[in-house]
Design a protein around this ligand. Sequence first.
Ligand code: HEM
Length: 463
Amino acid sequence: MLDAPTATFTPSTVTPPRRALSTAGAMAALVRNPLESWHEELFELPSRRLAFLGTDYLQIMDPALMQSVLLDDIDSFRKSPVQQRVVRPGVGDGLLVVEGETWRFQRRAAAPAFRHDAMASLVPAMAAAGEAAADRMLAGAASGQAVDVLPEMTRATFDVIAATLLGGDDPSFDQEAVADAVTGYIETIGAVHLLDLLGAPDWIPRPGARRGKRAIAALRGAADAALANRRARVEGGGDLGDDLLGRMLAARDPETGRGMSDVELRDNIVTFIGAGHETTALALTWSLYLLAGDEAAQERLAAEASAVAGDGPIAPEQVERLAFHEQVIKEAMRLYPPAVMVQRQAVKPVRVGWHDLEPGAEVMCLIYVMHRSRRLWEKPAAFDPDRFSPERAAGRHRFAHMPFGAGPRICIGMRFAYLEAAAILAAVMRKARVGLLPDYVARPRMRVTLRPEGGMPLVIQPR
Ligand code: HEM
């Protein structure tokens, strides 16, 4: 039985502590789930400054302050070493991590592969992955059981990244092993350990470090094999390929003629696999949860998908017209941003709002908190996709909704992710209805990304 529809669904989340936690309490919360460390008052403030274990931290939850750090004063900051620690072991020379000239070169080199016109050819793979996911979920539900939609969405977005990065025809690419390695990486290296908070050097092993290293080795091995395979194909007279890897191999710096080194290529393959599929899977998983609580929104989606694409496969130019789908995905990423926060470190003296910072100060851009700020949103805890209708979005500060970051280092895969999520959501909504289990309570937990603790079991019924 599906739950009764509600006009405005207020989904569950972590209840913030009433007051700021003590140092010991904050440390325990950060290790368990950083969301539990952000207290009530933060949801009403633009910023908060605190000294924590000898470091000056500025937490910001205001669009104008976000703009100052991520755009206006970009040269005064670098990506925070604290946050980089989580990703550097896997993707040290990839776009997500590098800085300065190397970053500018890589961003220029990768940009054409993510341009609007280049995206169209990827849509059929996205739509096909959505169809397959819908069929799998309906088959799983046939036994009367609830279906955990997180692994289903992860499989769908993984299929998409494998197809669009490597063309989907690379026999050396062991999808299951790579998917397992990504999960292993997130569950081990992705966790904040007490040792990190205490500033312990990297050579002191963190719990799970061995499993994390194995996961990195597996990811790098898969990327190296994919690269070697493509090189062999080209040497055998084949073409570079029209997928993301082929386009990165072909890329040359217009000024110096330099191409990406093998290490840069390998680390970017791992970056696109890591940054590119789990995040989108989470955006979809949280969307399905919210829709399960709002039957009317599901009906609107199904009607829009049918009006735009009929019963056939969704075509590239049609995905762009799935406007309500995009609103739902935006609202899901407001409430449950897959990237909960981004962090920067001041490299020179700089003023952020009314705060003077010295080099070494850490600025935490708390996207999750800003997205639920009572200063910025009406009924911030309610699911209301019409917040993103053109009329209601007009006049809102453009940094108030920031699931993909902002400024020059905004996510390069943003358009890719919107197209992918809309294509997959449309495929699912045309075939299925989703509903909540009566006693299910969603518990978002931050582990690099914002994941539902214990998965996301939903009731699935054929439409
Ligand atoms: C819903 C899905 C996604 C979300 C929420 C997301 C979120 C983000 C965020 C917040 C950043 C900025 C990090 C910072 O400023 O420190 C970022 C950067 C990045 N993302 Fe995404 N992302 C998504 C999908 C993708 C996809 C599909 C790809 C590639 C196929 C991708 C590749 C990257 C890369 C390479 C960067 C680094 C860009 C740079 O520094 O120039 N992401 N992403």
